[in-house]
Write a protein that binds this ligand. Structure first.
Ligand code: COA
Length: 394
C-alpha cells in the first residue's frame, strides 16, 4: 500500500464538486409567486431577463468581467476600445486562407484564437495592463475571425469591420456583407447576452484549468473553444437543428421519438436536459423561443418551428416525468436559421458570446490562483515484469 492508494470519493465528471469560488454568475431553481418552479440565471446578481431586456452585449461583458455595471464614460471607453480593435492582422487572415474550406468553423476558430497569442508577447501574469488589453482584443477579434473564415471558405475576401456599427450589427455585417435589419441585429445582441456566461460548465472549467497554469489568455480561450465544440456542450445547437432536419415533418415526430427510444431507451435528444435546470425549462430557452417568434412574425414562418413544438410536446409525454425539458440550445438554432446563419456557425456564435464569461473566469482565477491538480483513482496493477518484445503474445 502506497500513499497514492488512499481512496477519496470519486464523482464521475466531478458532478457537484465545487471547482472554484466565484461571484460571476448563479444558476438555480426557485419557486415563483404562483408556486411554480422555474430556472434562475443571474450575472453578477442581475437576472438574465433584465439584462436581455435592458442591456447590450458589450455592457454585459463589462459587467461579467469587471463585476459591476459601467458608468456612461466607462461604457463609452470600453466600447470604443473594442470597436477599434476589431481588425485582424493580415498574417492571421493569410493563415486562415490555408485552412481547408471543408473544415469545421469551430476548429478554424480554435486555431485562430491560439494563433492570436503569437502576436502579443507573453507577460508575467497577472499584469493588469496586459489583462485589460487581452480582454479588449479577444472580445474584439473573435467575431471578426468567425466572419472571416465564413467568407474565405466561400472563396471571398473577408470584409473590414464597420466602425459605425455596434458589436452584434457589425458581426452580422462582416458575416453576410450586408448591413442587418435593426431587429435582426437586436435579436443577435440578445442571443449574445443569453450565451455569455453559465457558471462552471465544461468550457468554463477548461478556461480556469488553463488559466491556473498562467498560460496566456489566447491559449485559455483556444482551450475553451475546443471544449465548447463537443455535441454534449455548445455543439448541441447544431445537432438540434440537424435532428429537426432529420425528423422532417410534424407527422414524423412521434415515430422518430419511438424509434430512437426503441433502439436505445437512454437516447439523448439534442437540446433537452440540463445538469442544473432539472424539472424546469432553461430560462434562456424561454427568452429564445420568444425571440424566434418575433423573427417569424417579421420575416415569415419556419416550418421547423412546428416540428420543434411538436417534439417538445411528445418528449414532455415520454420524458417530462423525468424532469427533462428544453435547454438553451433548443431554440437558438431556429433563431440563427431565421437569420440566415449556416448551421455549422451556430457553435462559433455561441463561442463569440461565451468569450465574455471565459474572460471573466480567467480574470477571477488569476486573482486567487492555485494550479488545478486533481487526483485519480488508480485502477491498474503494480510491479509487473517487463517482457521482451519477442516473448509477447498477440
Ligand atoms: C446536458 C446533459 C449532458 C446533462 O446531463 P446530466 O446532468 O449529466 O444528466 P444525465 O446525463 O445524468 O441524465 C439524467 C437522466 O436524464 C436522461 N436525459 C438527460 N438528457 C436527456 C436527453 N437530452 N434526452 C433524453 N434523456 C435525457 C438521462 O438518460 C438520465 O436518465 P436516467 O436517470 O434514467 O439514467 C444531457 O442532458 C444531454 O446530453 N443533453 C443533450 C445534449 C444537449 O442538449 N446539451 C446542451 C446542454 S446546454
Amino acid at each position: 500500500m502506497t500513499e497514492g492508494d488512499r481512496k477519496p470519493e470519486y464523482r464521475p465528471g466531478l458532478e457537484g464538486v465545487p471547482a472554484a469560488k466565484s461571484s460571476i454568475s448563479y444558476v438555480g431553481i426557485q419557486t415563483n409567486d404562483l408556486g411554480e418552479r422555474e430556472g434562475v440565471l443571474e450575472y453578477r446578481s442581475i437576472p438574465i431577463q433584465a439584462l436581455a431586456e435592458h442591456s447590450n452585449f458589450v455592457e454585459t461583458a463589462f459587467l461579467l468581467i469587471w463585476g459591476r455595471l459601467p458608468t456612461h464614460a466607462e461604457l463609452d471607453k470600453f466600447s470604443t476600445e473594442i470597436y477599434s480593435h476589431r481588425r485582424i492582422k493580415y498574417r492571421i487572415k493569410d493563415m486562415m486562407k490555408c485552412f481547408p474550406e471543408t473544415g469545421h468553423p469551430m476548429d478554424a476558430l480554435q486555431a485562430s484564437a491560439a494563433a492570436l497569442g503569437l502576436f502579443y508577447s507573453r507577460h508575467t501574469l497577472p499584469n493588469p495592463e496586459y489583462v485589460g488589453q487581452a480582454i479588449i482584443r479577444l472580445l474584439a477579434k473573435i467575431p471578426t475571425m468567425v466572419a472571416a473564415f465564413q467568407l474565405m471558405r466561400k472563396g471571398n475576401d473577408p470584409v473590414m469591420p464597420r466602425d459605425d456599427l455596434d458589436y452584434a450589427a457589425n458581426f452580422l455585417y462582416m458575416l453576410t456583407e450586408k448591413e442587418p435589419d435593426p431587429i435582426v441585429a437586436k435579436v443577435m445582441d440578445v442571443c449574445l447576452i443569453l450565451h455569455a456566461e453559465h457558471t462552471m460548465n465544461a468550457s468554463t472549467f477548461s478556461a480556469r484549468v488553463t488559466a491556473s497554469t498562467l498560460a496566456d489568455p489566447y491559449t485559455v480561450i483556444a482551450s475553451s473553444v475546443g471544449t465548447l465544440a463537443g455535441p454534449l456542450h455548445g455543439g448541441a445547437n447544431e445537432e438540434t437543428l440537424l435532428m429537426l432536419e432529420k425528423i422532417g415533418t410534424v407527422a414524423n415526430v412521434r415515430p422518430y421519438v419511438e424509434q430512437c427510444l426503441k433502439l436505445d431507451p437512454k437516447h439523448k435528444f439534442m437540446g433537452f436536459g440540463h445538469r442544473v435546470y432539472k424539472g424546469v425549462k432553461d430560462p434562456r430557452a424561454i427568452i429564445l423561443q420568444n425571440l424566434a417568434e418575433q423573427l417569424f412574425q417579421k420575416f415569415g414562418y419556419d416550418p421547423y418551428y412546428d416540428i420543434a413544438l411538436e417534439l417538445e410536446r411528445v418528449l414532455e409525454e415520454y420524458l417530462g416525468g423525468r424532469g427533462i425539458y428544453p435547454n438553451v440550445d433548443y431554440y437558438s438554432g431556429l433563431v440563427y436559421r431565421k437569420m440566415g446563419i449556416p448551421t455549422d456557425l451556430f457553435t462559433p456564435v455561441f463561442a463569440i458570446a461565451r468569450v465574455a464569461g471565459w474572460l471573466a473566469h480567467w480574470n477571477e482565477q488569476l486573482q486567487e490562483n492555485r494550479i488545478f491538480r486533481p487526483t485519480q483513482i488508480y485502477t491498474g496493477s503494480h510491479q509487473q515484469p517487463y517482457i521482451a518484445i519477442d516473448n509477447r503474445h498477440e
